[in-house]
Ligand binder design. Sequence first.
Ligand code: RRO
Length: 310
Amino acid sequence: MSSTKTHVGKYEFENCLMNAAGVCCYDRNELEKMIHSEAGTFVTKSATLNPREGNPQPRYYDTELGCINSMGLPNLGIDYYLEYLLELQERLSERTFFLSMTGLSSEEIHILMKKVLDSGFKGPTELNLSCPNVPGKPQLAYDLQTTEQILSEVFEYFDRPLGIKLPPYFDIVHFDQAAAVFNKFPLTFVNCVNSIGNGLVINDESVVIKPKNGFGGIGGQYIKPTALANVHAFYQRLNPSIQIIGTGGVLTGRDAFEHILCGASMIQIGTSLEKEGTEVFSRVTHELKEIMDEKGYKTLEDFKGKLKYL
Ligand code: RRO
């Protein structure tokens, strides 16, 4: 029988599928649903120092091929998520869960990182460097100089497993430049990709979400080729000690299979989870295992990163 077990850094997971930050992870209620699903783990909504209400509604819209969002970082604040994760560390000590966090300034990022250090949270932390939806705040990881500065400051004191959530890059030179920066640091993982920032969806003659006159992050089937390209580009360029989490356009087992072929060790599902609910994890796991069985693959290692070229 095939297995979809995986590991990220020193952490092991029974299944390689999980939610993408922002979906089914706002509060305890949603996170408990994740725990009781087939997913191998969860990541929290990206937390800021203080709770935030986010952007005005409507701020999320489903389309046939995906979705657009401009949530604006609504979250319950870092203390809420840390308290819950510490509780789970006792209650489900054999399992590992991810914390996502992001600051609106480098000062805020350092305060958050130090809070995580002081809390005794032992799981992996994902630092979101790619929120496209806070008016006036650019996606940090498109500014590689500032990104390098922040990472070098963070790694002066942060000695726990840390990964970064990246925006999609669209140019080979940018893959090279970004990978050269990330390779300077003892990152546990990079997560490719966040939504494609600042797209526009129109219904009849109008935009479909209120913030930023309709501009928002695009997710779902639209973005799979871009997500796969980013997963593979970083898989080719990063130190092998930095693992890849693949996110973007995963609707079926075949999509998850392709992310793993491109080098992903873990797969996150956002839009399809929002549309289908946590049942998506059992369906996609089943579909992925069927493909593995057909091909005679027993573990992810049998095909991870083994994309064939012409
Ligand atoms: O909350 C959001 O608007 C949001 C975030 Br922080 C993010 O990282 N990606 C996204 O599509 N939306």
